[in-house]
Design a protein around this ligand. Structure first.
Ligand code: MTE
Length: 310
């Protein structure tokens, strides 16, 4: 992977120590207060993840500040405006938590989140996130390849697609009372996309446990696709023979296709996708095909008409 640069330090090591400690303390207190109980061995939002390894999946783009990553969110279960998830997702209980892996697999299993955290070495990977709304961020995720989980399930010969289902709990999520989407939030990938080494299950960012508003305790990150493919707070991963219908395809079939690869040449019917605004920048920048990951992923779509399969 020629365009990756190995950094000298992890992002967590370059965040000012004082900011780190204050934020960690605040988040720990809030999480404990929300839970009202002690769960031995559990990690809460803002706690430092240990054993995170440096990998070649880095970028030279400046990182988006943590404040923006955690206060400009799309998480419709907590409201449709960007500020709501940061204010209200604190109510999400991330423990106990399980993820069921099922469907066209020889070894279905319900995984406890603590076991998942130890499934594979946790890596820091800096990826661009390009939202369909034409803004973008650069985020130092912590996670492990989705392929690590899928291969343990041993897909059958029929498995062609992967469906992700996220939590749908009206008690905790005020937004699911609104008909804006067909809940639970569902997304999907082709099996080869899901097995691609760039496809990540993220459990943290900036070296710490994932904040609730960013999809705690576990979310998908597919950096060459529009951000909405990156389902948050996943509870089920199902391998399928047929292409699943996703929440966004159901909401607007002419606006959101199954593939949703970042493509400056395929406009959203209501706006252009040619440019994007990096959060924090004044001027827009050109959007790159596959969000700049074409050298790694273009071969997945060889021979496909990307105007038709958008
Ligand atoms: N996952 C769930 N469950 N609910 C959502 O509303 N929004 C998606 C995606 N995952 C969403 C979701 C969209 S539109 C985007 S752009 C990204 O999450 C935003 O991730 P971020 O808020 O962590 O930047």
């Amino acid at each position: 992977m020629s365009n990756w640069k190995t950094p000298a330090v992890l992002s967590s090591e370059i965040t000012p120590q004082e900011v780190y400690l204050r934020r960690r303390e605040f988040m720990r207190i809030s999480a404990w207060a929300a839970l009202g109980a002690t769960l031995p061995g559990s990690l809460f939002a803002g706690e430092k993840l240990s054993g995170v390894v440096r990998t070649p999946y880095q970028l030279s783009d400046p990182l988006t500040p943590l404040e923006d990553i955690t206060h400009y969110n799309n998480y419709y279960e907590f409201g449709t405006d960007k500020e709501s998830p940061g204010k209200t997702a604190g109510s999400l209980k991330t423990r106990p938590w399980t993820v069921a892996v099922e469907g066209e697999v020889h070894k279905p299993k319900v995984w406890d989140i603590e076991t998942l955290l130890k499934l594979a070495p946790l890596e820091e990977r800096v990826y661009r996130l390009r939202c369909v709304e034409a803004w973008s961020m650069v985020i130092p995720w912590v996670g492990f390849p989705l392929a690590e989980l899928i291969k343990r399930a041993e897909p059958t010969g029929n498995a062609k697609f992967v469906e992700f289902t996220t939590l749908n709990d009206p008690q905790q999520m005020p937004g699911v009372g609104s008909p804006v989407l067909d809940w639970p939030y569902r997304e999907g990938l082709r099996l080869d996309e899901a097995m691609h080494p760039l496809t990540l299950l993220a459990v943290g960012l900036y070296g710490e446990v994932l904040p609730n508003q960013n999809g705690a305790p576990i979310r998908l990150v597919v950096p060459w696709k529009y951000g909405f493919k990156s389902a948050k707070s996943i509870v089920r991963i199902r391998l399928l023979e047929q292409m699943p219908q996703t929440s966004w395809m159901k909401a607007g079939p002419s606006e959101y296709g199954f593939y949703s690869n970042v493509n400056p040449e395929v406009d959203h019917p209501r706006w252009s996708q040619a440019k994007e605004r990096r959060i924090g920048d004044f001027f827009k920048r050109p959007t790159l095909l596959f969000n700049g990951y074409a050298p790694q992923v273009a071969q997945l779509y060889a021979g496909m008409d990307l105007q038709k399969f958008f």
